[in-house]
Write a protein that binds this ligand. Structure first.
Ligand code: PHB
Length: 396
């Protein structure tokens, strides 16, 4: 079967769903396809921190009210090292905050908004490739949940299909881009316990990094640096608590039943081209960051804010100037976020080959940041999110 739409979106993650929502507000029709089921999308545990700008976009465009009621505002983080805790006060330095609101909750809100608006979203549909990107009728060739072929012909195709993007393959080859691996990963757990601290703790310890995050008053998310080859069953529950506790000296962790564990590999990646003809990449299809700076979902939202206005101008006014400018404008923020994510990662983790010099230099770097107002302000500005270009057009 062949169907026709204005914008074909591959991927019902934050980037694809938000783009469809913003386009719909401008009266522009789209079709979203995703290989996963709705339930898989709504239950996969991902990131948790939203920049203030992300929250404004979600709440003020009607994509999510719950972000403000269920999510919780955080006005700072705790940077721990050398047995000391240092608060980075976001309000005092950057005048902004972040919200803790799990990504899958934001996805539930976006899917509900999409269905309530009677928009087209197709789960269980696997995109295989994008054809004719350079023509004015690019198309997505897919297979639906029953194995039947489906072709979506569109004015624009948007690859919001994550780090293993098939849309990227049709632009520049699947893996083409700037790439970096790290010699460690995060071991993540979810547990039934009250929060161990009011704010998130990012801890550099002699044993390695740990992050004490939260999900709700009853459920907590914690991570510790581990070997990238480790499996999620490498440690038993008691060993997990011993490992975590050893990495946050000065804070007594509140323990509870661990009901999920996973190992997250670290990568930094920026695709070599974000656009070819009438195919554009956004979100993880365009770039991946390590999770230390909490930038992944926020960067996807920033891409989409820029792209939705650019597609509107193209489709409603026949003006492609903003689409032409999209890659360069998006890449400015992407590379700032790449730097910030790399910097937080390198400053906080123990390098496997670290010498005594490397360790002490790292503590010197942390001390430079927390003792300097400029250092604290840089961290707070980047963490809470730089201003979003193009946001007025989206909120207006
Ligand atoms: C999380 O809660 O999952 C989380 C929080 C902050 C990060 C990364 C992950 O930097």
């Amino acid at each position: 079967m062949t169907v026709r739409t204005r914008v074909a979106i591959i991927g019902a993650g934050p980037a694809g769903l938000l783009l469809a929502h913003l386009l719909d507000r401008q009266g522009i029709e789209s079709i979203i396809v995703d290989a996963r089921t709705r339930e898989q999308i709504e239950t996969t545990i991902r990131a948790g921190i939203l920049e203030q700008g992300t929250v404004e976009v979600l709440s003020r465009t009607g994509a999510s009210d719950r972000v403000l009621t269920v999510g919780s505002r955080h006005d700072g983080i705790d940077l721990a090292f050398a047995g000391e805790h240092h608060r980075i006060d976001f309000a005092a330095t950057a005048g902004r905050a972040v919200w803790l609101y799990p990504q899958h909750e934001a996805l539930k809100d976006l899917i509900a908004a999409r269905l309530a608006a009677g928009q087209d979203i197709r789960f269980g549909v696997t995109a295989e490739r994008v054809e004719d990107p350079d023509s004015d009728r690019p198309r997505v060739v897919a297979v639906d949940a029953d194995g039947a072929p489906l072709v979506i012909e569109a004015d624009w195709v948007v690859g919001a299909d994550g780090s293993r993007s098939v849309a990227r393959a049709s632009i520049s080859g699947r893996h083409s881009g700037a790439y970096r691996e790290y010699p460690f990963a995060w071991f993540g757990i979810l547990c039934e316990a009250p929060p161990s601290a009011e704010e998130l703790i990012y801890s550099n310890s002699p044993e390695g990094f740990a992050l004490i995050s939260q999900r709700s008053p009853e459920v907590q998310r914690m991570y510790f640096q581990c070997d990238p080859e480790a499996g999620p069953d490498a440690l038993d529950e008691a060993e997990l608590w011993t490992t975590l506790q050893a990495r946050v000296p000065g804070t007594t962790l509140k323990q509870g039943r661990i009901f999920q564990r996973d190992v997250l590999r670290f990568r930094s990646f920026v695709a070599s081209d974000l656009r070819r003809g009438r195919v554009v990449l956004v979100g993880d299809a365009a770039h991946t960051v390590p999770p230390t700076g909490a930038k992944g979902m926020n960067l996807a939202v920033a891409d989409v804010v820029l792209l939705s206005e650019a597609l509107r101008a193209s489709l409603s006014d026949g003006d492609d100037a903003l689409v032409d400018a999209f890659p360069e404008r998006a890449l400015e923020r992407i590379w700032k976020a790449q730097h910030f994510s790399w910097w937080m990662t390198s400053m906080l983790h123990l390098q496997p080959e670290a010498s005594d010099f490397d360790r002490r230099r790292q503590l010197g770097e942390l001390r430079t940041v927390v003792e300097s107002e400029a250092g604290r302000t840089y961290l707070a500005e980047a963490y809470t999110g730089w201003p979003l270009p193009g946001v007025e057009a989206v909120l207006g």
